[in-house]
Design a protein around this ligand. Structure first.
Ligand SMILES: NC(=O)c1ccc[n+]([C@@H]2O[C@H](COP(=O)([O-])OP(=O)(O)OC[C@H]3O[C@@H](n4cnc5c(N)ncnc54)[C@H](O)[C@@H]3O)[C@@H](O)[C@H]2O)c1
Length: 307
């Protein structure tokens, strides 16, 4: 059976074929060729089978989203398939899944590689989405000067910045906060440079706690802290991948045609509760983040801490 007789289909790309990414993709990819990239061959096989069963033309490629060469090859593959209309980037590791160097390499430097590589192949009128996190709002992890350095340093040189050194980034939690804040900055830069010049939009979404395999890894390491956060969230519950799907589909759609270079916080109000002092991070988080706070002690701290 031939399900689609059209040639020259637009291409929708997802790097990190996990829960949130596939939920966003499903809402926007009708009539397009889908290209999935992931580090897990098993996961690629699963999504290929699933999306082919819905009638889609599906391509897959093994990609390490921390490797420049791997991401560039992936962007070339996307361009070879047709006009690249959507790029969704969700490949990332959370604090309990990886050591600090890996989180910086994947969640921060890898994102910069991807924005660079796809900034060269996006179609005019296309749109991209990078999944950041609510943690990017938790305290100002970087000074203004460091924020500028993150935005303007070529991806290959990012890991050499003093603000990303082992002395500053001493644990995975800190690495995650810095990387997710950096994602906000990276799309600001991309939107005003390569992506903007091509007539393509790029934004981030910062999810709160969303039930995915990654979130379960975090719960098993710090269940009590997460329970307090869920209880203090104004919505009084976790979020579902579908709620990120809806927000992502909006940002990719023409309804968001004047939105680029910005972040949409989808957290059930957790950050608002922190800013009001209604939710406080535990002392262990404060201790782990002490290096950041010492460096930036002149900056106002968003949120407050339990003693
Ligand atoms: N789930 C949450 O509560 C939550 C909250 C805030 C932010 N996030 C962020 O959302 C993003 C997606 O997470 P998710 O919850 O959908 O997780 P998920 O585990 O469902 O999906 C992540 C996918 O990325 C892939 N991946 C991991 N390392 C890779 C690499 N080096 N190269 C290519 N692919 C790789 C995994 O195989 C997996 O398919 C992550 O960046 C995460 O930090 C998640």
């Amino acid at each position: 059976m031939i399900f689609d007789r059209n040639n020259n289909r637009d291409v929708a790309v997802l790097l990190g074929a996990g829960s949130m990414g596939t939920t966003i993709l499903r809402r926007v990819c009708a009539g397009m060729t889908i290209l999935f990239g992931d580090i897990s061959e098993k996961r690629l096989d699963e999504v290929k089978k699933e999306y082919e069963s819905y009638g889609y033309a599906v391509e897959t490629q093994l990609v390490d989203a921390a490797s420049r060469d791997s991401i560039e090859a992936f962007a070339q593959k996307a361009a070879s398939l047709g006009s690249v209309k959507y790029y969704i980037h969700t490949a990332g590791a959370s604090p309990n899944q990886a050591p600090p160097e890996k989180i910086i390499a994947l969640d921060l430097v890898g994102s910069a590689y991807a924005l660079d590589a796809f900034g060269k192949v996006m179609a005019a009128g296309g749109a991209g989405l990078l999944i950041s996190s609510q943690t990017g709002y938790m305290f100002p992890p970087l000074s203004q000067e460091e924020e500028m350095q993150i935005m303007t340093t070529p991806p290959d040189k990012l890991a050499e910045l003093p603000c990303l050194s082992n002395e500053r980034i001493t644990n995975s939690g800190t690495a995650y906060i810095v990387a997710k804040k950096a994602n906000h900055l990276q799309v600001q830069y991309a939107a005003t440079h390569e992506w903007g010049k091509r007539g393509a939009r790029i934004n981030t979404i910062s999810p709160g706690i969303i039930i995915t395999p990654l979130a379960y890894d975090e719960f098993s390491a710090n269940g009590e802290g997460y329970q307090r956060m869920i209880d203090a969230t104004p919505m009084r519950r976790v979020g579902s991948p579908d709620e990120i799907g809806a927000a992502g589909a909006f940002l990719l759609s023409d309804a968001a045609s004047y939105i680029t270079g910005t972040d949409l916080l989808v957290d059930g109000g957790t950050i608002a509760a922190m800013k009001n002092g209604q939710f406080q991070l535990g002392l262990s988080v404060l201790r782990k983040s002490l290096n950041i706070l010492k460096q930036n002690r002149k900056l106002p701290i968003v949120g407050s801490f339990r003693s």
